[in-house]
Design a protein around this ligand. Sequence first.
Ligand code: SF4
Ligand code: SF4
Length: 362
Amino acid sequence: MNTNIHIHFIVTKRCNRSCAGCYSSYAYDRWGLDKKELTTVMSPEIAEKGANWVAHLLKHWDVAHDEPDVLVRVGFMGGEPLLQPDLVFKISDIIRQTTSPHFNIYTNADKFSQEILSEAKSRRIMFTINPADDPIEVVEKKLKLAKSICGGCSMTMALNSFNLERIEELVKLGIRSDSHMRINKLHQGPSLPGYIDEYERQMSKGLKLLIEADVPIWPNFLLHCVFPLRGLYSKKRGFIETDYTCRCGSALFIVDPDGSVRSCLADPTSKVGDIDAQWLGLNSYVTPQEYIAKDIPECEKCEWAWLCRGDCPYIKKLQYGDWVKKVSPYCSANKNLYPLLMELAKKYVSYYNVDSSLIGPW
Ligand code: SF4
Ligand code: SF4
């Protein structure tokens, strides 16, 4: 049985912002795609079909309907998903008829309103806020608003040059608001002069702040998609040992507004199927990317391969032009940051009294 499946709906590719470093917009330039597509919105019919396809997929993958919600994650992304809250709620309502995944909306929170927050709360949908280039006080206000209605709220930060410079402020905000943080290096960072060195410098400051914090923040997905503990934490069930949580290349699906399904969150050219009843997921297709270190000589002998898995394959696709098994341009930064990440994981394990054997190779 698959214990960990991620499905993301792109309900619209439109966004009300145009942030520096946006991976979506960058990819359209990089791969020479027509940017008109960045205005597309999912139709209610595709939304309904997509939601039914999820139920079908989970059934085929033998995910029992009463499985704990932590194991299946359904995300709403964009563009800006709250430009189409009706679609978000429609999809979640249909999926909830057959299973109860963990729902999350990834948003810049510009469209927050009491109505949207209450609708989300009634469906147990959580928010992950992207600070974009908002002043810290504004990000804090948005986090507080979401927390006051929905209980919890996380942050996901794309480290464009603006956020890289203020990473300490963002991390301090995450600590004081007890918000789980995802801190993503730019996929295209290696093509920006000096970015990798600056990323390592600033990220190490952020990690040190996290290590020093009185209460450790859950270290899930810090450093792009790296996950330092061999398992997941569920408030309902405590710690669950499972395989790594970024299911890139094995159980991660992105449903586009036209109903096609991709395998990479950032790569609009990674179509692998459609939301049609015949198509049952990556198991039945050749996976275009593999988030594993195997067959990369430098990675195979690396002490961090169990954690890094060779780094994000799309970073390498951008660097080398295709899904290739080559060492990541971020390799040396990774090797310098992983010891700090492990320090944080150890602090977490001891603070929450989690079995320390869950840190390490799986
Ligand atoms: S290749 Fe990288 S960006 Fe794409 S889904 Fe995998 S981890 Fe995410
Ligand atoms: S740290 Fe470098 S060598 Fe080690 S697994 Fe990651 S990319 Fe490969």
